[in-house]
Design a protein around this ligand. Sequence first.
Ligand code: UD1
Ligand code: CA
Length: 488
Amino acid sequence: MTQINLDSLILKTDNTDFNQSILGDGGMTQHTYAAVILAAGQGTRMKSQLPKVLHPLAGQPLAAWPLNLAEELRCQPQVMVVGHGSERVKAAFSERDVQFVEQREQLGTGHALLCAAAALENFSGTLLLFCGDVPLLKKTTIETLLHRHHAAGAAVSVLTTLMPDPTGYGRIIRENGAATAIVEEKDASSEQQQVHEINTGIYAFAAPFVFTALRQVGRDNAQGEYYLTDIIGIARSQGKTVCAIATDDTDEAMGINDRVQLAHAATLVRRRINEQLMRAGVTLIDPATTYIDATVTIAADTLVHPNVHLCGTTCIGADCIIEPGAVITDCRLGDYVHIKSGSVLTGAEVGNGCTIGPMAHLRPQTVLVGNNKLGNFVETKKAVFGEKSQASHLTYIGDAEVGKNVNFGCGTITCNYDGSNKYKTIVEDDVFVGSDTQLIAPVTIGRNSLIGAGSTITEDVPPNALALSRVRQKIVPGWRNRKPKTGK
Ligand code: UD1
Ligand code: CA
């Protein structure tokens, strides 16, 4: 029986002493790190036109997760091995500090890493290997892996875990506690298939060693591939130290192969994000149905109702209330902001003390300076509102510059588009716009003026004036009592 008691090998990831000694000035030798992220596989089981590593998880593509980790660990260089859909993958990460190498034919994980050899020719530190489809790894786990790797003077350290159902994973074979091989499921004997300790696909390597050893890897196995896992046996045959270090958090090691696993990972990561926010002072009424991207920040004492989506670079201040059904993407909200049910905000800046919705739509480049109120069915786009200006009902304000203390009556519309060009509306401080008014841009409404309800404003209004453009009401007495004409 190959199963052994792994308790002594399970790493604990909450030991801060470890972390300090790895990356800080904790007295250990300073190590240099590089990272390779394998992302050339097709991801057939996703059944998608989109390369697997670009499927989003909590707002970021799958491969961004190991890339973030490499960055946090200050790996330099960071190399991504791309193949399937390489143009799209490269485009998705073009802003990142990452080098791309092409693996034209997907001949296996060993071959994939070998493709990065030239990019790391001059690197002689510790190489971290990540898979583009394993997103949930924690930084502390990798730090502990590195600590053990260095402490043992290992040539190869592999991160393992005990999977309740190890199907599909490479199995860790140990003799007297020491890892001697990783056997892929398809190559494993029935006895080896009983092993629950699996290869997560995450490794630390001594860089000069790994590329020379990889050249000895053959493809004499069930899949006819160059297996990276063969490097364990090669290291041992050269008398080098191999470490297999288990993490007790199996979720971390989860690889994403299909959309069921993607949804499961999203649930796990959502819990992680939401718990972190709650511990930092944010109230989530029902964390299971609150969808917050990993990139979002929220200050303490903000209350988030169920079925809210907070996405992208959104950052929310303190003491806000976000009601059910709000969808907020790439926005900045100050403190004491109240977003009512069903509001959609994209690319907007909302100052302190604003109240938005229910069912308001703030589109990109909306800027509310503070204490503004936008009520139900109000839409804004590329519009700046000064302090305390408001539109409480059924209003569209686009391409506009609005001063302080402006009131838009119900049904005000800026007519900013003539079918080919967009024009600007300027509304100065203290203006009162009566209900059902159309402001035909370009137009300027001078400060403290009053627009009578039902007006169509086509010309500039001077300060302190009354502008009224509706036709005079006509009364025809008794109209309804007239006898109909007989036609004869
Ligand atoms: C691999 C490991 C297995 C481990 C599992 C963990 C090997 C031989 N097997 O198996 O022991 O339990 O990961 O998830 O290493 N890739 C390339 N080029 C290739 C092949 C793969 O870039 O030619 C990339 C894939 O895009 C993916 C990663 O390498 O990001 C892993 O490849 P995959 O085919 O999923 O390996 P597994 O069969 O899951
Ligand atoms: Ca996989």
